[in-house]
Design a protein around this ligand. Structure first.
Ligand code: CO
Length: 502
């Protein structure tokens, strides 16, 4: 399809880069579980690319034909793509959560979703039902010999990394009490000064209400807890991600109000009771990693909504945080259908740089790029460090809000940009950066991107050369589509040799 054949947007000067009906098709359920060697490949898989890409995201948009209200309520489905000796293997499995098993057995929705999926029966069936479904659908990480599917409001599920079979809830050797929040956005400090320079995985859990308790956990590479510390901050917190530097864990407390009454009465999901407060400031909370007893530093910046941070670093007395910021956040509409999203009516997420002056306690903010972006990635050795290259899913057009159809590379030193676009019929997911094993520069490596190709009605795993995005190194054509996912990670480990399973 040519761009000129697409529908014009409300602003006739801009040609839409996508077709909404085609975009919607990427949100169909994938009920089948597969495992196969990927044998339809355009280009060549680099033989130096060795390891496993894990992806997580909602796989089911319905339970036995009953539609869920929001994709964030969809059951977690894990994909594993193994790369070895220029070959690749695909596998997907549903996380066998208590809720998934119960609903599949019953053939109907039994739980309330956070984002508006009511169980049938109307408000009476939903009133006073606080049993949320731990759907394990947001991220998947391999750390300390454990593969964990993450969902921020409860404990992780542990999976077998070779088969993706669910082992069960993982309380991290008794660290987490049942029902403890454990974020889906851990960050890995590549060289923790507190731990002799070894990598440390840092994650958090937030219990919120009239005040919010932020608990930080730091794990050594063998999965043992190096540090655990907690602080309480006044006010309700709707925080999905954080940023990390050698000395700080940094949170943006978005200006939102939570009205729990409709939730308690069963007429609204929790996600529908949150309203953005455009006239209130965002609070930036810096929690010391080196002195866990120090009270958190709380600063203010102008209103905006942040789901994801790209990176942060310390520079003399400043802490710099790069984040994807929205001017406003639409409320989850209880009567709306996410498939009918009017992209042009919404504010785009844009890349901003916040410079926090620790001496004066002031915050300066600067728009780095106006393009609509989400799902940032950086070189793993640059987490918490001054860095040059940012990779991020982006809209095809340089302005306006639209689905992610492209991958943008930002050179933060020179201001140069590179864009690889899958428009008009491709829709991209979060890029994952994998360094070349003999890398000499920060951008020496690959970007692994899942792309829904509406032309074939299936998905591809696309390998881009991070130095030069102009043409994919390889496109691995899957036999089916993969519903739009959320987050994932790469590990150089191979759990099942590709040769043994092909
Ligand atoms: Co996220």
């Amino acid at each position: 399809m040519l761009l000129s054949q697409l529908q014009p947007s409300a602003d006739s000067s801009i040609t839409r880069s996508y077709n909404r009906e085609e975009w919607q098709r990427g949100y169909r359920s994938l009920k089948q579980e597969f495992e196969y060697s990927i044998d339809t490949i355009t280009g060549t898989i680099p033989p130096e690319l060795q390891g496993t890409l894990f992806r997580n995201g909602p796989g089911l948009m319905d339970v036995n034909g009953q539609p869920i209200h929001h994709p964030f309520d969809g059951d977690g489905m894990i994909c594993a793509i193994t790369f070895q000796d220029g070959k690749a293997h695909f596998r997907n499995r549903y996380v066998q959560t208590e809720g998934y098993l119960a609903e599949q057995a019953a053939g109907q929705i039994l739980y309330r979703g956070v984002f508006g999926t009511d169980k049938p029966g109307g408000w009476l069936a939903n009133a006073f039902d606080f049993k949320l479904k731990n759907i394990a659908n947001t991220n998947v990480i391999y750390w300390g010999d454990r593969l964990l599917a993450l969902w921020e409001a409860a404990e992780p599920h542990r999976l077998n990394p070779a088969t993706l079979d669910t082992i069960g809830l993982d309380f991290l050797d008794g660290l987490l009490a049942p029902g403890s929040p454990f974020s889906a956005h851990p960050r890995i400090d590549p060289a923790s000064a507190l731990d002799g320079g070894q990598p440390v995985l840092v994650n958090f859990g937030i219990k919120t209400g009239l005040s919010s308790t932020f608990t930080l956990y730091e794990f050594t590479p063998d999965g043992k807890v190096a540090r655990q510390y907690a602080h309480s901050i006044s006010g309700f917190a709707f925080v999905h991600d954080f940023a990390l530097t050698p000395n700080y864990a940094i949170f943006f407390q978005n200006p939102v109000l939570f009205n729990p009454l409709p939730f308690l009465a069963g007429v609204r999901a929790a996600g529908e009771c949150i309203s953005f407060q455009p006239n209130k400031p965002t609070q930036i909370i810096l929690i010391s990693r080196t002195d866990p007893d120090a009270p958190p530093l709380v600063l203010e910046t102008s209103s905006g909504f942040v789901f994801h941070h790209a990176n942060a670093f310390e520079q003399e007395n400043d802490v710099v945080v790069d984040s994807i910021c929205y001017n406003s956040l639409p409320a989850v509409d209880p009567d709306g259908d996410f498939r009918q999203t009017n992209f042009e009516a919404l504010d785009p997420g844009q890349l901003w740089r916040f410079r926090i002056d620790l001496t004066t306690g002031t915050v300066a903010s600067e728009l780095i790029d106006p393009r609509c972006v989400e799902f940032p990635a950086v070189h793993p050795d640059k987490v918490g460090r001054d860095y040059r290259y940012l990779y991020i899913a982006a809209a095809h057009n340089p302005t306006g809000n639209a689905p992610n159809q492209a991958i943008l590379k930002c050179d933060l030193q020179t201001g140069d940009r590179q864009l690889w676009s899958a428009a008009p019929q491709g829709y991209v997911s979060e890029p994952v950066f994998v360094p070349h094993p003999n890398a000499t520069t920060e951008d020496d490596g690959w970007l692994l991107v899942m792309v829904f190709d509406a032309a074939r009605d299936t998905s591809d795993v696309v390998i881009l050369d991070a130095k030069d995005l102009s043409e994919p190194v390889a496109r691995l054509h899957l036999k089916h589509h993969v519903p739009y996912g959320l987050h994932g990670s790469f590990t150089p480990q191979i759990f099942t040799p590709v040769s043994a399973i092909s």
